[in-house]
Ligand binder design. Structure first.
Ligand SMILES: [Zn+2]
Ligand SMILES: [Zn+2]
Length: 271
């Protein structure tokens, strides 16, 4: 199988201290064939303040240096994890344009509430004992996922961690049945498929594997073909965690290939 991890972070992200060289070394040790670095640009910061800054100069300098050092031992791609594009699509397009021709891949993410709870990152919400807030968070995330895939398809290539709120809902000892969101998810997946975009299987360093068989089944039934995989590693020790298992899950759900992106165009590899 084509071992690849196309959701990873480096010190360009505010929540990572890892040089890309260390992530690339970990990728080689894990036997990966392809690594894509997708540092964060969130149009809303952790506290909900608008912020369109991304240091492309530093990101590209680091990427070019590591690519040169690798000398072809590993395919390295330059990506971006763009958060909250529906909050300010014009700014999203400016950020993406800053990547120029070197930009291979854009992950579309929703880390923040939009239009509720002061637009804070879901990480800071307290879900314990508050089922109504849990449901509100899922509704908020899925309605903005719908907005992203229907109105701003140019602002993403692969839809990242579509059930992101569950990370923090479960952290706080709560849960929601995925089946309550089947209709909304199928609608989003149908749109992703129709527009030739990809769905991400996010392993969350191998911690979140259980929901993907169900989600992949719905995506497949919605006409989906392109699936990307990422560990969401923020440090070398987490790199590629859960990726081999995810590839088996994707194959098991009936997909014939895994997808990565080059120059924002999908490239497929048989599973
Ligand atoms: Zn993310
Ligand atoms: Zn991430």
């Amino acid at each position: 199988m084509y071992l690849c991890d196309v959701h990873t972070h480096s010190l360009i992200s505010p929540d990572s201290k890892a040089p890309l060289s260390a992530m690339a070394q970990a990728a080689l040790s894990a036997g990966l064939k392809e690594l894509c670095v997708t540092d964060h640009c969130d149009l809303l910061d952790w506290e909900g303040r608008p912020d369109g800054s991304f240091d492309w100069a530093a990101a590209k300098e680091q990427y070019r240096a590591v690519k040169t050092d690798l000398d072809g031992r590993l395919t390295l791609r330059l990506g971006l994890e763009l958060g909250s594009a529906p909050f300010d699509p014009d700014m999203a397009r400016v950020v993406i344009a800053g990547g120029g021709e070197e930009l291979d891949f854009v992950l579309g993410s929703l880390h923040n509430w939009i239009g509720d709870q002061g637009n804070i990152d879901l990480y800071f919400s307290k879900f314990a004992g508050d089922g109504a807030l849990c449901r509100k968070a899922m509704d908020n995330a899925l309605s903005h996922a719908w907005e992203l895939v229907t109105r701003y398809p140019d602002c993403y290539d692969s839809l990242a961690h579509v059930i992101y709120p569950l990370r923090y809902i479960r952290r706080d000892g709560m849960d929601l049945p995925l089946t309550d969101y089947e209709e909304a998810l199928r609608a989003v997946f149908t749109q992703v498929a129709k527009t030739g975009h990809a769905l991400e299987v996010n392993t969350h360093h191998g911690l979140d594997m259980g929901d993907w068989p169900q989600l992949l089944r719905w995506f497949k039934e919605s006409g989906g073909e392109l699936v990307t995989v990422g560990s969401d590693a923020h440090r070398p020790t987490d790199l590629a965690k859960g990726v081999p298992q995810a590839l088996w899950l994707i194959k098991g759900a009936g997909f014939g290939y895994i997808t990565t992106f080059r120059g924002r165009k999908p490239v497929t590899y048989p599973l």
